[in-house]
Design a binder for this molecule. Structure first.
Ligand code: MRU
Length: 338
């Protein structure tokens, strides 16, 4: 994994071989972004399985539960993490006939497949979303929903990449995304590498640019989408959606089916990660605020479905009635997989 804590100053790749180290890498945000966390957890579970010593399938399953619990405790909001672990556990449960050595090998193959699948899904999302981006578009994005946040290509940035590939002139406005600065450090870096024009702005500049007619649409990724279309994404996303409504701009969300949590009726039950005060108080090790100040640091917010113009997935674009639209998508996903 490329160490995302150090970008763009240093490009350091790290190798992992133990599920506990992968759990720590997710927790400390060496790897971040919902689909990337899911794929990393799948590899963690496969490595954990490989190292289990068990005399029976039942004993293997019990130990596997522990491995998955360690990975599940790392970050609470992105549902892709739990989706990936459930997929691994289901594979184990439905392959009790296999000798354990074969099962372990197949779990590693499954993790590799999940990584390859994720990139394919992002490219499909790009193809569905590309027509929504107009020629000469000035597109604002928040956080990093690019190749770094996935196994490759990206969700929101995947749509932008596809628009650029289709020959459209696109300029991206990247919100810096305080406090972790995913936009400044990662989105700006990724797009620069790709040669897609990008302008970095502070989060509080979006409204002004919109009021001056300098933004045509907003596109973001998601960490979890409830069955009714409420969207959990990086803190500050909700503010952008409200601004879009005021300025009559489209607000798009690009996310794979694995980000939709059909078990939650709406966004109110989505767990929101609260991170440490130091992320808000310190910058590059330097204190920005008075000593002892009280701080809140919710890492995500919920954008109500009514503010979302469309959700772009690998199986199509949904608008309006998200409850039935997302359920239809799930059906398409099942048909596609079978
Ligand atoms: O805290 P992070 O950096 O893991 O949060 C990431 C985001 O909020 C992304 O927008 C989201 O995961 C979509 S990534 C394709």
């Amino acid at each position: 994994m490329i160490d995302q804590r150090l970008l763009p100053v240093e490009e350091i790749w790290r190798e992992y071989d133990d599920y506990r180290d992968i759990a720590e890498a997710i927790r400390t945000m060496v790897v971040r972004g919902a689909p990337a966390i899911g794929v990393a957890a799948a590899f963690g579970a496969a490595f954990g399985a490989r190292d289990i010593e068990a005399e029976s399938f039942e004993n293997f399953c019990r130990k596997m539960e522990n491995v998955c619990a360690v990975l599940a405790e790392t970050r609470p909001t992105a549902v892709n993490l739990f989706w990936a672990l459930e997929r691994i556990k289901l594979f184990v449960k439905t392959h009790s006939e296999l000798p354990l050595a074969d099962l372990k090998e197949k779990l590693l193959q499954l993790a590799l497949e999940m990584a390859a699948e994720d990139e394919k899904i992002n490219r499909a999302m790009g193809a569905w979303g590309e027509p929504l981006i107009p020629e000469n578009a000035r597109v604002l994005t928040h956080c990093n929903a690019g190749a770094l946040a996935t196994a490759g290509y990206g969700t929101a940035l995947g749509v932008i990449r596809s628009a650029a590939k289709a020959g459209k002139t696109v300029r991206v406005f990247a919100d810096e995304t305080r406090p972790w600065l995913q936009g400044a450090r990662l989105t700006a870096w990724e797009l620069q590498q790709d040669g897609i024009p990008v302008t970095l702005i502070c989060d509080n500049m979006a409204g002004f640019l919109m009021s001056r007619g300098e933004i045509d649409c907003v596109i973001v990724g998601a960490d979890r989408i409830a069955a009714n279309g409420d969207v959990a994404n990086k803190i500050g996303t909700y503010t952008l959606a409200v601004l879009c409504k005021e300025h009559q701009l489209p607000f798009y969300v690009a996310a794979p089916l694995s980000t939709i949590d059909f078990s939650l009726a709406d966004g109110s039950a989505i767990p929101i990660e609260e991170r440490g005060a130091e992320e808000v108080i310190l910058h590059g090790g330097k204190r920005l605020a008075p000593d002892g100040i009280e701080v809140r640091n919710p890492a995500f917010d919920i954008t109500p479905a009514r503010l979302v113009t469309a959700i772009i997935s690998e199986h199509g674009v949904v608008r309006g009635d998200y409850l039935s639209g997302l359920a239809d998508l799930r059906q398409k996903g099942r048909t596609h997989d079978s």
